[in-house]
Structure formats: C-alpha cells, structure tokens
Design a protein around this ligand. Structure first.
Ligand code: SAH
Length: 341
C-alpha cells in the first residue's frame, strides 16, 4: 500500500509539483485506511489510550453541559474516533448521569471503523458530517483530528509569499518555493514559513453553523498554538519517533500544529460562540482529574503508580499539558461549558 502510493505520488510530482496539502491528504488517507496506528506496538499514542480518565472527564463535561442546557435528547458525535476508546469511556460517564445519546462517528478509515465497532457496536458511521441527523443538538468531540488534516505552506521570498511545492527529483521528494502566491499573509523575514489549513477552516465553519442551527457544542482538543505563528510544523511520526515527513508517504502519520486562532475565526463566522482555547492541563484539572485519579487509585491500589503517571502525562506542562489545547464551540444561548468559565 505504502509503496504503491509512494510510486503514484512520485509519478504525479515528477510531472507537476504537488502542494504540501495535496501530498499530506494522499499520504494520510493511505496511512489511516490501512492500519491501526495506536499504542505501544504502533506508531504513536493518544490521550484516550493513555488513560480512561481522559474520555470519562469529557463525558462528564458533556453531561454537565446537557443538563444545564436542558436540551433533551442529543447526539454524541465524534470526528476521527481512532479505536473508539474515548467514546466508550465518555459514554460510560454519560450513562452514569442517565444520558444515553445516539452515537454517530465521522471516520474514513475502514480498519478503524472495525476497531470502533468492537468498542461501540451501536454507532452509526459517516464519511463526513454532512449526513448527520438534523433534528437534535450535536455534542461533538474531536481529539487529535484536526492535526491530521492537510495544510498548505508558504515561504517568504524576495518580498512576497510563495507556496511550497513538492516535486520528485533524483529519486526523492523535495520541497521548493513555487510561483508567487496571490495572498497577503503579512510581512515576515526572508525564509519565514506560514501554514494554513483551508479544509480545517471549512469543516469548523460548517460544523459551527450546524451547531448554531440545531443546538449543541463541540470540544476540540489538539496540539497547536493559540495565536497565529510562523514556522514549519509538518511532522511525521513512526514507531514513536520523528521521521522525515517527505519520505515513504502513506507509511507514516503526517500532522501539523493546529492554528486555534483560525479555528476560532471560522467558528465565529459560522455563527457559534467560541470558548478558549485553554491548556489541556487546565481543562483536565478543572474537570476534576485529581479527584478521579484518587478514586481510581483507591479502588485499584496495585495500579496507583500507573494511574498517577498517566495523570502526570496528560496534565504536566512538559508532557501533554500545555502543547495540547482545548477549545469549545457552543450554540448561541447555550451555557458556557465547564472549565471555560
Ligand atoms: N481521536 C482518536 C484518533 C486520532 S488519529 C484518538 O484520540 O485516539 C486521527 C483520526 O482521524 C483517525 O481515526 C483517522 O482515521 C481519522 N481521520 C483522519 N482524516 C480524516 C478525515 N478526513 N475524515 C474523517 N476521519 C479522518
């Protein structure tokens, strides 16, 4: 699969350079469609795979919001649910609050759909969110979803901005500035790089418009920056280490940091209210990870150390606590969500 894709992309890029977004989209579609990348044996690990506390506290966040909104039946929706672990943990916490929403997953990978069905058999799957039911509020969770969506890259060169394009030369992919772009990305020093993800902006705007119309909220958690910044954040991870993002497309996960200021603007343009971003550590502490880890450790003393280590990994600033951010989108008139007051 990976080799066939690499050969196909090489042929395309030899004829006509590809944008970074085109390359990333093709590489990630092939990567996710063919494998379950998570866990110690895989390429990387995500917060819900580190501890059940992560999904449980998100379930609690949703339950609190629904009860205060007095919304009646709503849908639990997850974008890119991975192995379905976060959903299973969140739904258990929702059930404890006597909430049993119908579950809808937006997922393109057939391999991961199978994994999700093992954890959440009653879910309904969608290729994109346009087919979600329109008759009830949406409670949307997207953890490490937006970082996998394609970004375009532009480099400051000779007083203008040029899109970085990928071509195939001498048996490898290389990134070079293309013709001047018709865009005003502001001044910057020679060689500075700016990224933008038109797909992320469009999904966020359309989702916010659906939420504004139907009611509900979305919780977006991902690594990225709260303010627009400069820099090349395209990265590839395989076997828990960084590797060359242009090598062997389709065999490694390609990501870019999420620009939360762009998502904020898109959500507002869609007519919804936006809260945050705040640090993941701040979010989890506010939701009570201290009390939850103490309760788990008390019921399983043999696992106390492991539970404390997982908590530390999720909240400590030098681990995931500050690189990862949480941002909420709510329908106008809905209460301000917990942790964002
Ligand atoms: N949320 C999970 C998985 C994160 S990995 C966790 O935290 O563990 C990214 C997920 O998004 C995978 O499930 C992948 O298959 C899915 N995905 C990537 N691009 C997508 C797209 N364009 N549409 C729908 N799902 C996508």
């Amino acid at each position: 699969m990976g080799e066939a894709l690499a050969a196909h992309l090489a042929e395309r890029a030899a004829k006509q350079p590809l944008s970074v977004a085109e390359f990333m989209e093709a590489a990630n579609a092939a990567y996710y469609s063919a494998r379950d990348p998570f866990g110690a044996q895989g390429d990387f690990i995500t917060a819900p795979e580190i501890s059940q506390m992560f999904g449980e506290l998100i379930g609690l966040w949703i339950a609190d919001l629904c009860l205060r909104a007095g919304s009646g039946p709503a849908l639990y929706v997850e974008f890119g649910p991975g192995r379905g672990t976060l959903a299973a943990d969140a739904l258990r916490a929702l059930a404890a609050a006597r909430l049993a929403p119908d579950v809808h997953f937006v997922e393109t990978s057939p391999v991961l759909r199978t994994a999700q069905a093992a954890r959440v058999p009653d879910a309904t799957w969608h290729a994109d969110f346009s087919t979600l039911p329109r008759d009830r509020p949406l409670l949307v969770v997207a953890n490490e979803f937006f970082d996998a969506l394609p970004v375009r890259q532009f480099v400051r060169h000779g007083g203008g901005w040029h899109e970085l394009m990928i071509s195939w030369e001498d048996g490898r992919f290389v990134r070079r500035p293309g013709p001047a772009a018709d865009l005003s990305l502001g001044p910057a020093r020679e060689g500075a790089i700016r990224e933008m993800s038109p797909v992320s902006g469009q999904i966020t705007r359309d989702l916010a418009a659906r939420i504004a119309k139907q009611g509900g909220a979305a919780l977006v958690i991902d690594y990225g920056h709260a303010e627009p910044g400069l820099g090349d954040t395209l990265q590839a991870v395989a076997r828990h280490g960084f590797v060359d993002p242009l090598e062997a497309p389709g065999t490694r996960d390609l990501t870019a940091h999420v620009d939360f200021s762009a998502l904020r603007a898109a959500a507002k343009a869609g007519g919804a209210a936006v809260h945050g971003p705040i640090l993941q550590g701040t979010f989890l502490e506010a939701m009570g990870i201290g009390a939850r880890s103490a309760a788990l450790a008390a019921s399983a003393p043999a696992r106390a150390e492991e539970i404390a280590a997982a908590r530390e990994r999720l909240v400590a600033p030098e681990a995931m606590g500050s690189l990862f951010k949480a941002m909420a989108i709510t329908a106008p008139g809905w209460p301000v969500p917990a942790a964002f007051q």
